[in-house]
Write a protein that binds this ligand. Sequence first.
Ligand SMILES: *[C@@H]1O[C@H](CO)[C@@H](O)[C@H](O)[C@H]1NC(C)=O
Ligand SMILES: *[C@@H]1O[C@H](CO)[C@@H](O)[C@H](O)[C@H]1NC(C)=O
Ligand SMILES: *[C@@H]1O[C@H](CO)[C@@H](O)[C@H](O)[C@H]1NC(C)=O
Length: 651
Amino acid sequence: MPKYWNPCTFLPRRLQIVASLTGFVLFCIIFLGTSSSDQYDPYLKDVPYGPKIQSGAHQAIDAAHQAVEHIPSLPKNVPAAPGWLNPFKAPAHSPPPEQANSTNGEASWYSDWKWLSPFSSSVTLDEERSVLPPEKNRPPIYTYFDISDHKKDDKRQAAEKELLEIWRRAWWAKGFKPVVLGQPEANNNPQYRTLMGMELEKEMEFELQRWLAWQSMGTGILCNWLAVPMEAYDDPLLSFLRRGEYPNLMRYGGLDNGLFVGGKDAIDGVVKAALSNPDIQKKKSIFDAVPSKSFTTDKNHDGIAFYSASNIKSKYSKVQKKLETDDTRVEGLVDLARLINSHLHTTWQNTFSSGIAVLKPLPQHTSTLIAPAIDLARNLTQCSLSPEPSSCPPNLYSCTPCVASSDMRISTPPIFRNTSSVFTIATVPHPYTVLALTHSTPTLDLRFVRRKTDRDTWILAATKELLGTGLSSFSRLVSLKDVVASDFSAPRTLWLTAEEIAQPTLSEEQVQELDWNLGFTIPRTPTPNGRSETPVPGPERRPPPPKQDFEGPEPSEKELEQEQAILTASRFALQGKSPDGKGRSWGKAPEGPDVKAVTAGVEAWNLADTETWKFVRAYGARKAMERAKWEEDEEEFLGKGVIGRWVDKVI
Ligand SMILES: *[C@@H]1O[C@H](CO)[C@@H](O)[C@H](O)[C@H]1NC(C)=O
Ligand SMILES: *[C@@H]1O[C@H](CO)[C@@H](O)[C@H](O)[C@H]1NC(C)=O
Ligand SMILES: *[C@@H]1O[C@H](CO)[C@@H](O)[C@H](O)[C@H]1NC(C)=O
């Protein structure tokens, strides 16, 4: 019997049946298949036949398989989506060009407006390359940090660095590109010489250096590094800033000199007016030195918290006390960092007032699978360490401080709910993992897969409520992708692939990545002892894991162990390795099934689940890559700049 089926060669009898059956089913697809458009949602009208044909082709294969006993498994050299059976295959066009920095590990992607088509391969002509939404343009936000005459004090430097890191993380999470400027950028400005020749008040000199550094960058946002976004992602002020167009030079009521926004001409105008003011020596702030009409003032906003000297003095007396004396100043800075981080965390918790949903479709078999997500959710619902636990951020008159009796709920619904006050953590398993777990076996056999397993069970289960039960798995893909990556959903959800995250808790590296996603440091270390003077919620107050949300007995220890073993085996399988991680096949090598062929077969059987998994993987990989690239660029500014005087001036 030939290994690969080829209709042009002599066919053994059994295969002739296959060929004629396939021909018949194809005929049906061509003449009947395209007429039923009823189950297609309007999203799909631009991509008329692709998915349906693929599904039709699959039925053809199934029918053939069911009719004949010893058919060889899917020919190994055939790609997962059987283009070889697709009569409507578009005239060959070449795949879109590879974009710069568009691979990370196994994942590769193509950023394009056509990202909402069900199958990426219809655009990229490549099963492994997912189409993602175009990357959002991140407008730069500048802060000025002067480290020139830093007294070599490591502790103080570490505390300052932490504060800067908080500033960068918070703005990054809200869609900006934070850039720390320093003395070199100010020096770069031709006007710097003029400034040097003047005898100014210390405050004024510092303020003008900031402006010169900003001016040398052209245009954008100038922000004090103790001013952080303290509202939901879609807060109106933050949305305005993200647009990146600043027609007027703006200042903001209540933020003092914490935030300016403006175009090049306006910035030039202010610097010029200030430098040419004959009374500049006596002035202490930029507002005194330039005509008041230079700025437009926006009074109605509450998206940004500025931990200015006056705010700290009036609102956070414990921190203020420490900052006042030289001996405790460093401690005060450490406390200030904790205060800001805890406010960022609390604001996030308040935004998601209905709690955290850890998605758990197929609940009977996925307890281990979602364990890292539960662990993360518990840490997120915990309270962050804070010197003043019951305080609110300076921009919010009221908030619900995170106190010991935290109300933030963790649930484990089997279905995705599109609710804006819920933060969803979804762990997407590869279809190989789904099948292995639901059938409690670490090794899969393709014949078994095709005869005994349902397809795309994960996506069908996860979107049951969102889209009802009638739709095919393919038509669900568009909505699912929307839920992963749309402007509305991205800040409200976190999508992880089950095989990539570490078990039973995320690795430190993965948690760090999430810190940048969420904009604050996720609590993850037990509270140090001996700080009993501050009523800090301790690790004993870490919320318990949520109760089981589905009916039926809780999985036993033994079942959980088995799930863990299967998950490990499945992770190996995706790397093309046998369950012990050693060979390339299981059973009696070399006759045993080749692992790669089995995973490819499983992917072909579960096109929608595979597409989802790859999409989520690529989306996460691109996010990580985007940040890595920015960190690289940032090196140019950070550290090269010159730490120190600012504390006296800013605080
Ligand atoms: C991104 O691509 C550019 C040029 O293609 C390359 O120089 C740079 O190293 C890449 N960055 C990363 C993080 O791979
Ligand atoms: C989720 O809800 C938002 C706002 O209500 C809506 O804009 C969005 O289209 C919904 N997403 C899906 C996939 O239904
Ligand atoms: C959650 O916190 C615990 C300590 O309380 C830590 O061991 C674990 O790594 C943390 N997990 C995440 C995902 O932050």
